[in-house]
Design a protein around this ligand. Structure first.
Ligand code: KG4
Ligand code: ZN
Length: 338
């Protein structure tokens, strides 16, 4: 065997509409190439069939770019890590099939990675790193979870959404306002100049640490229907305040539960992960909360918050160190528990 200067892991991510590849060397990310599939915008959401086809086109050039950006040849790779679940099954199968072929031909271990665990471990990419144990609020278009991370490979979900994810709540609200998909970033943008206390959308009363966002969408829908009856221009006239008020409500739901989880576990090292971490209202409020409750707060760079292969590569690296590998018969799965 080659090698000699540490562990090189190639990570591959293809669970939704981003084709991504990354090289991790001894726990440090050398490259992280992400090809975002623009084709879905015109359909108002991700079209699974189109996502699979785009992954097929992107995967070879994306892996090539990740290897050359890292200055690493095929013969240096020690393991191939890939997103095994959860996600769109056709999209996952492209990454899984490609990773299996590479592992087989290079005769290196294949390592399956759970996408949501990888989101949590995106917090281990930059310095300073959080110390274990920590809590991670993972907020994306498909998931909303509070995870108790005991060490890199030992995690427990303390709470999760019972219906829509936080990102979906943003995107569905945006849709009601006539904004294009994905509307989360637009809500954030309009909210900047709006009054978050102008309209009140109630927080659902859910026991424990679970979340629910479907009621938020419904209350905004009914509110808009009522207002539009008397003023058809209501949305245009009040867009900034509606966005600010909706964002305020979603952020409050998230942080209320996070605070509860910290008090319940006594853990004050708090991390954020997932695409919704980009939200400026969430970032500002979590920072304030961290000051108030003396949390040690970690928020990954945006490149590592949205879907990316660096988080897959770093998770693969930790699994490799622990001696984990998957049989070549492993398949992808749309849903899988940890
Ligand atoms: O993690 P992610 O990139 O993809 C997955 O869902 O796995 O998250 C995408 C979600 C979308 O719902 C998008 O609207 C939301 O993150 N998002 C935002 C912002 N940026 C992205 N939501 C609110 N404010 C933002 N600035
Ligand atoms: Zn994700």
């Amino acid at each position: 065997m080659k090698k000699g200067d540490g562990i090189y892991v190639l990570g591959i991510e293809s669970s939704c509409d981003e084709t991504s590849a990354s090289i991790c060397h001894n726990g440090k990310i050398l490259s992280n190439i992400i090809a975002t599939q623009a084709i879905h915008t015109q359909y108002g959401g991700v079209v699974p069939e189109l996502a699979s086809r785009a992954h097929m086109q992107n995967i070879v050039p994306v892996v090539d770019q990740a290897m050359s950006a890292a200055g690493v040849g095929l013969d240096r790779l020690d393991a191939i890590a890939f997103t095994q679940s959860p996600g769109l099954i056709g999209a996952l199968l492209v990454g899984a099939g490609f990773a299996k072929s590479m592992a087989l031909s290079l005769e290196v271990p294949l390592i399956e990675v759970h996408h949501m665990q990888a989101h949590v471990l995106s917090n281990l990419i930059a310095e300073p790193k959080p110390r274990f144990p920590f809590l991670c609020l993972t907020v994306s278009g498909g998931h909303t979870q509070i995870v108790h991370c005991k060490d890199a490979l030992n995690m427990e979900i303390l709470g999760e959404t019972l219906d829509d994810a936080a990102g979906e709540a943003f995107d569905k609200t945006a849709k009601l306002l006539g904004l294009p998909y994905p509307g989360g970033p637009l809500i954030d943008q309009y909210a900047k100049d709006g009054d978050p206390t102008r309209f009140h959308f109630p927080e659902p009363q859910i026991e424990g640490l679970n979340f629910s966002f479907s009621g938020v969408k419904t209350s905004i829908l009914y509110f808009l229907q009522k207002q539009l009856k008397t003023d058809p221009e209501f949305i245009n006239k009040n867009l900034h305040d509606i966005c600010a008020s909706a964002q305020y409500c979603i952020v409050n739901i998230l942080l209320h539960k996070l605070k509860k989880a910290s008090l319940k576990t006594g853990i004050k090292t708090i991390c954020l992960a997932g695409g919704v971490s980009a939200n400026k209202g969430l970032r500002a409020s979590i920072k304030k909360m961290a000051e108030k409750y003396q949390w040690d707060l970690f928020v990954p760079d945006m490149e590592y918050c949205t879907d990316n292969a660096a988080m897959i590569a770093i998770t693969g690296y930790h699994k490799f160190l622990a001696g984990a590998s998957s049989p070549l018969s492993v398949s992808a799965s749309a849903r899988a528990h940890w």
